[in-house]
Design a binder for this molecule. Structure first.
Ligand code: BEZ
Length: 326
């Protein structure tokens, strides 16, 4: 081969390699929860799966524990395209699109498995379709967390015991209304501040879930675990609308189906995780009290009345969840 041909062949090879490299994309994904949390582990597993399925075209770098900011800040970054993806609490979405608040109706579902069925049903899926227009991000699917409960530093034998107590809540309207109706002083607080606040008496109790109580060691500061399963607490997979527009249709499909598969996997894994963590907590000094809807008396009806006026999708969700139980 002449020198000229060798140079030409090399130039072609370098060109091919560099265009493959420039087509490769690292997707940055943010979460508020720690790296040990099930959501973070699902994000890492999704990244590996996507890299394999796309033959290296896409990789995912996961930033847990609010490294990129709180959820409101991450949502802004998704809107500008500074962040590619997030696994975010639906609670945060509720602050922008109030209809999502209907997903937090008390006892809308009985357990995490049922929440998976409802969130993959027609009403919740239709709500996903509103996100590009209303928040500038594409919703690729829902996942779950263990059901909401309370960990209280005071004995909790009946609903009256909660009255007048300072209760930590995630800052969003459905849960704020729930605790106000219970007569508690709801104290909005990110999950990262909960341990210290419970330890120093800034709050008397917390609205949380079994995974947080065990993995973030909140049980060290509580007397009673009110195992009430009063709400679900979904997570949503989001892709920046700006990034989405630049993706070829086949890649959109690959990214959204892979993310959805791993998010949906959380519904099954939490059925197991919740049981395991409950067993762990039962081995501590915390008194576990099981409570159902009857524990809350007329609070549930009052909540429903307020939210049915605020968001009509609640009526559709109630119908769908009733049909799941037939
Ligand atoms: C909470 O605010 O309780 C929470 C936040 C993220 C994941 C799960 C729970």
């Amino acid at each position: 081969m002449s020198f000229k041909r060798v140079v030409t062949a090399l130039a072609v090879a370098i060109g091919i390699a560099s265009s493959a490299a420039s087509a490769a994309k690292e997707l940055r994904l943010g979460l508020i929860v720690p790296g040990t949390h099930e959501w973070s582990q699902a994000a890492v597993a999704m990244g590996k799966d996507l890299e394999k399925k796309s033959e290296g075209k896409y990789s995912v770098t996961v930033f847990p524990a609010g490294q990129l900011g709180n959820e409101a800040q991450m949502l802004q970054q998704l809107q500008t395209g500074a962040l590619d993806m997030a696994f975010m609490t639906v609670a945060e979405i509720t602050n922008r699109v109030p209809d999502f608040g209907a997903l937090f109706a008390p006892y809308l579902v009985r357990d995490v498995r049922e929440s998976g069925l409802l969130l993959n049903g027609p009403t919740a899926q239709k709500m996903l379709g509103r996100l590009p227009r209303e928040i500038g991000a594409v919703g690729v699917g829902y996942g779950g967390a263990s059901m909401r409960l309370m960990l209280n530093a005071f004995p909790t034998n009946n609903v009256g015991d909660i009255k007048g107590r300072k209760m930590r809540i995630t800052p969003f309207p459905p849960v704020r209304d729930f605790y106000q109706l219970l007569g508690a002083a709801s104290t909005p607080m990110p999950v990262t501040d909960v341990y210290d606040s419970l330890a120093n008496g800034q709050v008397d109790g917390i609205d949380a879930d079994m995974e947080l109580v065990w993995r973030m060691k909140f049980y060290e500061r509580g007397k009673t675990l009110l195992y009430s399963s009063h709400m679900m607490f979904p997570v949503i997979g989001l892709v920046s609308g700006r990034v989405w527009q630049q993706l070829p249709p086949a890649d959109r499909e690959l990214i959204s189906s892979t993310a959805k598969q791993h998010l949906n996997g959380l519904f099954d894994s939490y059925m197991q995780v919740e049981k395991e963590m409950l067993k762990n907590i039962q081995g501590t000094n915390v008194n576990v009290k099981v409570a159902g809807p009857e524990f809350f008396g007329d609070t549930l009806e009052k909540w429903e009345e307020i939210w049915l006026k605020r968001t009509p999708v609640l009526a559709d969700l109630r119908k769908e969840s009733a049909a799941l139980r037939k």
